[in-house]
Design a binder for this molecule. Structure first.
Ligand SMILES: Cc1cc2nc3c(=O)[nH]c(=O)nc-3n(C[C@H](O)[C@H](O)[C@H](O)COP(=O)(O)OP(=O)(O)OC[C@H]3O[C@@H](n4cnc5c(N)ncnc54)[C@H](O)[C@@H]3O)c2cc1C
Length: 449
């Protein structure tokens, strides 16, 4: 068994494969030692403080699992002979090959000035990020372009570290691709209160400077001074190796795979950010790249390596995201109301604004807002959005499991939940259940109208 890549997908594919097939020999080839915890990268610039404190314990996990690791680059693969060629010249033969080559940040070709000094992207590369972190320490005015999760998290962390941060976003809201407006507006208010200067509804036209960046020009002609610019304008699958190997690539630029994560070549699988995704509900190709999805795909690939199990297929990306600004968490799973309506789903939404502890007189209570997106005829829950205290991360995961199991409003309303004053909302005012009741009442009302 040969696995290319040691981040979320490569690590989980190799360790799962070895657990399920202990008699097989596993080797992982990856570019560099000290793979970073990718989701922790924004916090390197503030709360965590250093990439050395954001290392995935991959080496240790490979060692304890009996998996060999080689630091090198796989530059080519002879599919006929089943031999991988490394940059060092070493050749490794394989029975099965898993590609977990991940993704790379996008540096838009249409934007002038991206090659100036102090214009950064956010790759999952320790050496690059260490240099970037050192350079940013010397900078005062930082402009982040793109207000997806990464742009928002990095802006908030740099603001915490005492920088003057401007976050520029073309959409009317931050996190606007992930959340409906009612929730995205809350995140925008909060980030602004925390001190980040957020400029939504503004596209960028150019980055200017002589050798080093000096300013960013917006589409409306406004010029913003900058000592550094961070491009957080999305990621693209890393398919360099797959293309060289002649593997089919789908229309969105991902390696084409089936529900067992197999490419067209039965002995080659692809998992994680480089592999094709399909939305769990719409069944359309999905561009969403998440570590959680990568790990789910990797587990499927690892389990199905040498014998296919019809019940262990990857049934589609549910897009479960969460993030936090201070002690307020934001989470979303499945379809938002906006996307559901655009896709033509006939839906109702149920919302409830409650609190996350009981009684509400406890000192650390926090608002807990839940919105459910529900199919009108079927009552099936298609999506959910939440914001509130830090417990919303796990609440978002609960909604993800509800969606994956195609639970209806009725099955949710008859489900049992455990509660405790210090840990959860009250059983009588549990926001998830109250949002379900709100959706259910609307469905009943429509049926009787
Ligand atoms: C700043 C940031 C924050 C994020 N936050 C979150 C979050 O909070 N939650 C979430 O779910 N997701 C988050 N993500 C997304 C998540 O990081 C990715 O989905 C995840 O890293 C995908 O893992 P992967 O293993 O598929 O790919 P990658 O992490 O991109 O890893 C690819 C691996 O392949 C290796 N490699 C590539 N080519 C070769 C080659 N030819 N030879 C040898 N090795 C090779 C690389 O060295 C690397 O080990 C975040 C991403 C970023 C950048």
């Amino acid at each position: 068994m040969l696995v290319v890549g040691s981040s979320a997908a490569g690590l989980v594919a190799a360790t799962t494969g070895k657990r399920v097939y202990p008699d097989k020999t596993f080797t992982v080839v990856t570019l560099q030692p000290k793979t970073l915890i990718p989701c922790g990268i924004p916090y390197v610039f503030g709360s965590v403080g250093s990439t050395d404190k954001d290392i995935l314990p991959a080496e240790k996990m490979f060692e304890t699992s009996g998996i060999k690791i080689i630091y090198d680059e796989v530059t080519d693969v002879n599919r006929k002979e089943k031999i991988a060629v490394l940059k060092s010249g070493t050749e490794i033969s394989y029975t099965k090959l898993i590609l977990a080559t991940g993704s790379e940040p996008i540096k838009p070709a249409w934007l002038p000035g991206t090659d100036l000094k102090h214009v950064f992207t956010v790759p999952k590369n320790k050496v690059y990020l260490d240099e970037m972190h050192a350079e940013l320490k010397q900078c005062k005015k930082i402009i982040t372009i793109g207000a997806g999760f990464i742009g928002v998290e990095i802006s908030d962390e740099l603001n915490k570290a005492g920088k003057e941060v401007i976050l520029v976003e073309k959409l009317p809201n931050i996190l606007g691709m992930a959340f409906d407006e009612d929730i995205a507006v809350k995140a925008l208010e909060l980030l602004t209160q925390r001190g980040v200067n957020v400029k939504t509804g503004h596209g960028v036209k150019a980055i200017q400077g002589k050798e080093k960046v000096e300013s960013v020009v917006l589409e409306n002609g406004e010029i913003l001074e900058a000592d550094a610019v961070i491009l957080s304008m999305g990621y693209k699958p890393n398919i360099h190796l797959a293309e060289k190997m002649g593997l089919p690539i789908n229309s969105q630029g991902f390696i084409a795979v089936d529900e067992y994560m197999r490419t067209e070549d039965d002995s080659i699988l692809a998992v994680g950010d480089c592999a094709e995704k399909r939305d769990f509900i719409t069944r359309k190709p999905s561009p969403v790249m998440l570590a959680s999805t990568a790990c789910a795909e990797a587990r499927i690939a690892g389990m199905n390596l040498f014998k296919l199990s019809a019940i262990k297929t990857f049934s589609g990306t549910i897009s479960i995201f969460s993030t936090a600004l201070g002690n307020t968490g934001f989470g979303v799973a499945g379809l938002t109301e906006n996307v559901a309506r655009k896709e033509g789903f006939d839906i109702v939404t149920g919302v409830f604004n409650g609190i996350d502890r009981h009684p509400g007189t406890l000192s650390d209570t926090h608002t807990q807002f839940v919105k459910l997106i529900v199919g009108k005829e079927s009552g099936v829950i298609l999506g959910g959005e939440v914001y509130g205290g830090l417990s919303v991360g796990e609440l978002t995961n609960t909604i993800g499991i509800i969606i994956q199991n195609r639970m209806s409003i009725n099955s949710l309303l008859t489900a049992q939940i455990g509660t405790h004053p210090l840990l959860t909302a009250s059983p009588a005012g549990y926001p998830l259940m109250k949002a379900a009741e709100s959706a259910s009442s609307q469905i009943m009302f429509m049926q009787h109208a």
